[in-house]
Design a protein around this ligand. Structure first.
Ligand code: PHE
Length: 354
């Protein structure tokens, strides 16, 4: 019995894996295992012999079973230790640097304008960038022979060979959205139209694509005084300080009277500062919507009147954020975008300070 015990406990002690353990289990305590066979022989013994052999065999069987279980646990612990040695992860390592993109100054200022005008009751309208010449010119009182049409450096979208209809244009301003908005909603109306516009022009202050925000307010008794108030209110909110405006008589075919609007600035120290000094900077064109324009859009000029303006978004972005060169806006240079861009979490609101 002692030999049997030593034989199996030693073998279990050095078993290299679970398969070897299972073999030992079958050999020792399986149905036809050595211990089981001995137990079957108990019947042939005398009662005295059985009294000592029976409990001894049972104890041996228990001992072997618990040695098997202990070895099995030890083997799986060792296997786990082995895995932990190779499959580790240092959770204290700093995270890999993930650069966030930035909001382009044009998008930021576009949103700022929308927030400020929304606070004054202006909704947002949009129109196509590839525009029908009728909306871009004719409906705005710029007939085919008008010099303004030639002066605008228009990009034309040529028709297919044999198609004699007049070509579409890349809209040269956001004013055609005035027509589309009035056709869609009629009067009264208060709306702004931010968007891309195109002119064949390229130097430090002009790019062939740039951005404008159109403003339109039509009602029964709207005057130039309302226009002046709205614009001064806008500039004060936008620049965060009182900004004087100067209205200069001008001419646009689609407004009468027309005015170009300058804002107060200083050039001291070589950089422009808005809201101080006694220089002026032109930022928009405006006026009372021409009766012919109202008629073209299906609004009765005998009943309705109002103002319109068109402002350069890129221009006022440069002024507020001190960006010197317009061309860099559209170069997509990552260094420029990271320097002048905004966090996506800085959402412009009137209350947060645009
Ligand atoms: N559309 C004009 C421009 O692009 C600006 C403007 C808009 C003037 C509305 C008057 C009224 O220069």
């Amino acid at each position: 019995m002692d030999d049997l015990k030593a034989k199996y406990l030693d073998a279990i002690g050095v078993a290299p894996d679970e398969n070897a353990l299972e073999e030992l289990r079958v050999q020792a305590v399986g149905k036809k295992g050595e211990i089981s066979l001995r137990m079957r022989e108990l019947g042939k013994m005398t009662p005295e012999e059985r009294q000592t052999a029976g409990p001894a065999l049972n104890a041996l069987k228990d001992e072997i079973n618990s040695a098997l279980a202990a070895k099995k646990a030890a083997l799986s612990d060792a296997a786990l230790d082995e895995r932990l040695k190779t499959e580790w992860l240092d959770v204290t390592l700093p995270a890999r640097d993930r650069r966030l993109g930035t909001v382009h100054p044009v998008s930021q200022v576009w949103e700022e304008c929308t927030a400020i005008f929304a606070d004054m009751g202006f909704a947002v309208s949009e129109g196509p960038q590839v525009e029908d010449a009728w909306y871009n010119f004719d409906a705005l009182n710029i007939p085919g022979h008008h010099p303004a049409r030639a002066e605008m450096d228009t990009f034309y979208m040529h028709r297919a060979e044999g198609d004699d209809r007049p070509p579409h244009v890349l809209r040269t301003h956001t004013s055609p959205v005035q027509i589309r908005a009035m056709q869609a909603q009629g009067a009264p109306i208060r709306t702004i139209s931010p968007g891309r516009v195109y002119r064949a022009d390229y130097d430090q202050t002009h790019t062939p694509m740039f951005h404008q925000v159109e403003g339109l307010a039509i009602d029964r008794d709207i005057s130039m005084a309302n226009l002046k108030w709205v614009l001064e209110e806008f500039f004060t909110a936008y620049f965060g300080r009182t900004v004087k405006t100067r209205f200069r008589a001008s001419h646009f075919p689609f407004t009468e009277p027309s005015a170009e609007v300058d804002i107060q600035c200083s050039w001291e120290g070589g950089t422009v500062k808005v809201g101080e000094g006694d220089d002026w900077l032109e930022v928009l064109g405006s006026g009372m919507v021409h009766p012919k324009v109202l008629s073209a859009a299906g609004v009765d000029p005998a009943e309705w009147q109002g103002f319109a303006f068109g402002m350069g978004i890129d221009r006022i972005a440069m002024l507020k954020y001190g960006i010197p060169d317009l061309r860099a806006f559209f170069d997509s240079d990552l260094r420029w975008l990271r320097h002048y861009g905004f966090s996506a979490l800085q959402v412009p609101t009137i209350r947060g300070g645009v």
